[in-house]
Design a protein around this ligand. Sequence first.
Ligand code: NAP
Ligand code: G4F
Length: 376
Amino acid sequence: MAKTALITGVTGQDGSYLSEFLLAKGYEVHGIIRRSSVDYRERIAHLEGTPHFHLHYADMSDSMSLVKLVGKVMPDEIYNLAAQSHVQVSFDAPEFTADVDAVGVLRVLEAVRTNHLEKTCKIYQASTSELYGKVEEVPQSETTPFHPYSPYAVAKLYGYWIIKEYREAYDMFCCSGILFNHESERRGETFVTRKITLAAARIAQGKQKCLYLGNLDSLRDWGYAKDYVECMWLILQHKTPEDFVIATGVQHSVREFATLAFHHAGIELRWEGQGIEEKGIVENLTPTLSSREGVKVGDVVVAVSPDFYRPTDVVNLLGDPSKAKRELGWNPQTTSFEQLVELMVTHDMKKVAADDAAAEVRKVNLAEFLEKGIDK
Ligand code: NAP
Ligand code: G4F
C-alpha cells in the first residue's frame, strides 16, 4: 500500500522538492498551508491538482489545527519543515520564531501522541547547522557541542532536544537531520545566495546598479536542496531513529560565492578595500555584456552595508557528512559548489530576462529596496 506523508512547510524551498521526491516514490502527499492574503504558492503550483497531492489549512502556532489534521490524514511519516527560517529576521521577531520553530515541534509530537500514532508514525525534524553557532570545532559532526548564536538557533535547539526526549521517553521514531545550508533556484530571495544570483542577473541586464551585502568573510558549507531532500527520506527509512549531519564537506565564503555568480553572469569582479569599505568592482565583461548599457568596467557593483550585519553572526560552518555517507549511502558531492552557483545564475538570468513589463515594475521596486537596505 502507498505510504502517506504529511509535510509541514510544503510551500517552502525544501517542502516543494520533498513533495516531488515523495510523489515520485508513490507516496500520498499531504501538505500544510497557511492562510495568506495573496495566497501565492509559486513553488508547488505545478503539483496542485495532481491526484496524490493534497493541501490543508493549518498553522504551527495552532495546536488544535495540527491535532485535527494528523487525525484526519493518519500519516506514516511526518516531515516537519515549517519554520520562520531566516536567521536575521529571528532577531526582529524572536517570540514568533520561538513559537513556530521551538514550540511548533512539540505541537507536532503531541498531535501524533494525541492520535495514538506514536508507534506507527515516523517524524523527521528539520534541524540545522546553526545549532553549532559560535563553533567549538571545525568541521562539525553529530558529536560537536552546540553553541546556538541567534534566536533562530536557540529555538531550533529546543526542537532538537524535544525530538530526542520524545524518542527516549515514548520510544517514538523521531529524528533530526542537522542540515547545513542548501540552496537552489527556489531559494527565498533574501538568503544571501539567491540575493546574489538575482542581483548578478539584474546587474548584467542593466536592471540594478549595485548589490549591498553584509559579512563577506562568512563561511558556509553550501549544498543543493534537491540532493538534500533525499536524505530526509533516507533518515526515516534507516533501521533505527538517529540524527544525521547532512553537508557537502566543502566550504566557501560569501565573497567567493559572489565572485563566481557574477562570473557566470558575464562580469569578472576584483575586490578592493576592507570591512565596511570593501567593494566589488567590474574588472572585465564578456563581449555580449560590453555592448550593453548599464554596466561597464570600473563600476562598483557590490558594496557592504552595515544593515546586513547581524548582532551575532555564525561565520565558520563546515559539515562532516561521514555518518550519512556510511550509514545512509548518501553521496554529498552529487552537485558541486560550482554547479550549484552556475545553475542558480543560469536560472536567474532567464527569469530576469523573461519578466514581463508589469512584473518588471515590481522587480525594479524590489531592486530599489535591496539597494536601500530595507530587505534582510
Ligand atoms: P523556507 O523556504 O523558508 O520555508 C519555510 C516553510 O515554513 C514555508 O512553507 C512556510 O510557509 C512555513 N511556515 C512558516 N511559518 C509557519 C507557520 N506558522 N505555520 C505553518 N507553516 C509555516 O525554508 P526552507 O529553506 O525550505 O527550510 C525548510 C526547513 O529546514 C526549515 O525548518 C528551516 O529552518 C530548516 N533548515 C533549512 C536550511 C536551508 O539551508 N535551507 C538548513 C537547515 C535547516 P509560507 O510559505 O506560508 O511562509
Ligand atoms: O543566507 P543566509 O541568510 O543563511 P544562514 O543565516 O546561514 O541561514 C540559513 O542556513 C541555515 C543553516 O545553517 C538554516 F538553518 C537557516 O534556516 C537558513 O536557511 O546567510 C548566510 C551568511 C551569514 O553569515 C550572513 O551574515 O551570509 C551572511 N550575509 C552577508 N551578507 C548575508 C548577507 N546574509 C543575508 N541573508 N543577506 C546579506 O546581505
